[in-house]
Write a protein of this length. Structure first.
Ligand code: HEM
Length: 401
């Protein structure tokens, strides 16, 4: 028998395997993430809880419905235009990551938490979530001085802040004020499958998860996409052409519609292809449901398996010549071959929201600017969601209207 591995990094294709292989894995959350937020935030799947129930009790995605996104789209477009006006226009050299992050934080705060754009809590949440992200894949040693300890403290502060916000919202709602953000929906919604209401603490934990994921990952993804496009003028031109067609079909002052987004095929395929080659999120954990052997290594039941996005996304059997940029690959990628957002039961619930943010931002950006990357060899730092080490400095070149 081959030596068991204490920690297993999935090889190419592991996520593209047929259901038999997938059924070996029990859905499992990263241990550190779980401890940072403690149960009930995304607890271990338990054999005693039927799957469907578990999905309802523990998952965030169900409530990010397409209707909610369609309803938010126009607002998102205006907010992005406003952000570009306030923080990008009239500037020449900027640290783009900081500006993108400010924008994604503002958008998420409005959509998920119902905060106004100038609410000082947005910056506080952003700082807490950034610090926490660093600890997501750290070794869970809870001693002062460790990355995990620090991240856990930040997670506690974030949850406390969100808890306070929940109390404020509850008070406002009980005095008859209508609220339409995701957090308010969570506060109001019950969990019939569990036969009980979701507790305030559970809502605070889930909302904290949305803050952490919604602020940072789309910002990293957009920075990567902007860099990639800036360095390849032929891609930039094609995106501009597609976006210009959409702009031409609209009256001045009109915001983007759901139909407009469906026309952004080249822009979205390009974005997906860039995320395939340079994924903004590195991977996640699963737990082996039974002993199995892979490539001569035995993975015992109960061990944690870390699957990586890059190895799956660059499997040459699914993506021939995997390092080559080819957005035409995305006419219909087979399931579980393209996994920047994960896959299966725990697929990222923010995927569709992210598509909106990225497309609307790119639409407005290429209408206004060309940009030049000032630090072409800049490193990405961090583990699970890396960020540009120097803040992605660029030179903006405004386009005449
Ligand atoms: C470019 C943007 C994003 C990328 C690349 C990304 C990627 C991922 C990946 C790879 C996973 C793990 C899936 C798995 O375990 O199979 C995940 C989970 C998750 N993401 Fe995202 N994400 C993004 C944006 C967002 C946004 C905007 C939100 C806010 C709603 C979000 C919320 C979550 C949550 C709550 C989970 C845990 C889901 C669960 O375990 O049930 N993500 N994401």
């Amino acid at each position: 028998m081959a030596n068991p591995l204490p920690f297993f990094v999935a090889q190419p294709g592991i996520n593209s395997s047929p259901p038999t292989r997938r059924s070996l894995f029990r859905v499992w959350r990263p241990q550190s993430l779980q401890k940072l937020f403690r149960a009930p935030f995304l607890p271990n799947a338990s054999a005693t809880i039927p799957r469907e129930t578990m999905v309802q009790v523990t998952r965030a995605p169900g409530f990010i419905k397409t209707e909610a996104l369609v309803g938010y789209l126009g607002k998102m477009d205006s907010m992005i235009q406003q952000q570009l006006k306030m923080h990008w226009e009239g500037k020449q050299n900027v640290h783009a990551y900081e500006l993108i992050h400010r924008m994604t934080a503002t958008l998420s705060s409005r959509f998920f938490l119902g905060l106004e754009d100038d609410d000082p809590r947005i910056e506080k949440f952003a700082k807490l979530s950034d610090g926490m992200t660093v600890g997501l894949h750290s070794i869970p040693i809870n001693l002062p001085g460790t990355v995990f300890y620090h991240a856990k403290k930040l997670a506690d502060s974030l949850r406390k802040e969100v808890h306070q916000l929940i109390k404020e919202k509850k008070a406002a709602m009980s005095s008859g004020i209508q609220m339409h953000d995701i957090l308010s929906h969570m506060i109001l919604s019950s969990d019939p499958s569990a036969g009980r209401f979701t507790t305030e603490r559970e809502v605070a934990s889930l909302s904290s998860a949305l803050v952490v994921s919604g602020f940072t990952t789309p910002a990293t993804a957009l920075a990567i996409v902007m860099k990639y496009i800036a360095e390849r003028p032929e891609i930039y031109k094609k995106i501009c052409a597609e976006q210009e067609e959409i702009s031409k079909s609209k009256k001045s002052g009109d915001t983007l519609t759901w139909e407009d987004l469906q026309k952004m095929k080249y822009t979205w395929h390009t974005t997906m292809e860039i995320m395939r080659i340079i994924p903004p999120f590195q991977g996640a954990f699963r737990e082996a449901l039974s002993d199995f052997t892979y490539e001569g290594y035995t993975i015992p039941k109960g061990w944690k398996v870390y699957w990586t996005v890059t190895t799956t996304n660059k499997n040459p059997e699914c993506f021939p010549d995997p390092e080559t940029f080819d957005p035409s690959r995305f006419e219909s990628p087979p399931p579980y071959t393209f996994v920047p957002f994960g896959g299966g039961l725990r697929v990222c619930p923010g995927k569709e929201y992210t598509r909106l943010v990225m497309l609307i931002f790119l639409h407005n950006l290429v209408k206004k600017f060309k940009w030049e990357v000032l630090a072409p060899n800049e490193n990405m730092v961090g583990t699970v969601i890396p960020t540009p080490a120097q803040g992605f400095p660029i030179r903006l070149q405004p386009l005449s209207a």
